[in-house]
Design a binder for this molecule. Sequence first.
Ligand code: PRP
Length: 215
Amino acid sequence: MANITIALSKGRIFEDTAPFLKAAGIVAQDDPDTSRKLIIATNNPKVRLIMVRASDVPTYVQYGAADLGVAGKDVMLEHGGMGLYQPLDLQIARCRMMVAVPEDFDYESAVFQGARLRVATKYLKTARDHFADKGMHVDLIKLYGSMELAPLVGLADAIVDLVSSGNTLKANQLKAVEEIMTISARLIINQAALKLKREAIQPLLEAFKTAIKTV
Ligand code: PRP
């Protein structure tokens, strides 16, 4: 069997992918949340995990530095998915991509009046497409995290961000006003690796597919 490298990110993606790996007989030998290791061995000497930033997962897989990976739909839309096969929505790490504004901001009226809003986000492509579809002119400001702060200090009128429990919005006196899409994580595979290492990858793919119904 060929050697296989799987790219994951710390936190929810790693935790929610673990049962899928287990279904394929793969168990990580270290916990990335406690270990500082970026390459994690598994019980299978031919399979290793690499821990990267969530937004870097598709890049590692695109260039073949990893054969497979697990990445959110949010990340895939920003990346574009070039060179990647996306066979499975694993239905994990679920959340929603939302537009949010300060609690006292009348978003509906602003939209109705055609106001040109400043929107802070990490998700430029998704936000651009969303507002273009609505026929709204917005000025997008690229941020790399903590988007909720932007409207509180006058950097932006609104944000486009992921919402899960809604606690972060609430803690910062913001409200969600529009859902752009639901988000979940998917399995991604390097297209060349799928051809060259099909014997090793296909059983993994099958095990993951079966596990979607049970995990
Ligand atoms: C995400 C997202 C929100 C928060 C939403 O950030 O950007 O800030 O989670 O979750 P909630 O609705 O359950 O409060 P994350 O903690 O992943 O960090 P990030 O800013 O690096 O994306």
